[in-house]
Design a protein. Sequence first.
Length: 128
Amino acid sequence: MMCSMRMFLCLLLMIGQPGVAAAASTDDLLRTFASCAGRLTAQLEHQWLLQSDDAQDTEHQRAEVVALLSAIMPDDRGRQVLSWRTDARAAQRALLQRAQFGTDPDDAAWAARTAGRYVADCTGFLLS
């Protein structure tokens, strides 16, 4: 019950924020949460690969975003949502690989900053 209440409060807070969800349709939120679920999945996998201490926090954040996504996802949008998640996961994975294994230091730094911004945007939706 607590998780459902937190999701409800999060959605209410988002709707009240200018520029975030005030003009956003349910479809926009659906795509945003699907993309965030994909990006956080890639982030978690990367942290597991590197045996990062942050993996547990990311796992919790990913679960919260997936719960938000599930709360607003219509039954007939599963394929589209999966596609958005997969595309975002691949994009985040590519950024993380460039950041970790890239040979150009400037490009690696850019990729790390960009990947970090995407994750920060996604976790900004969460109350905890």
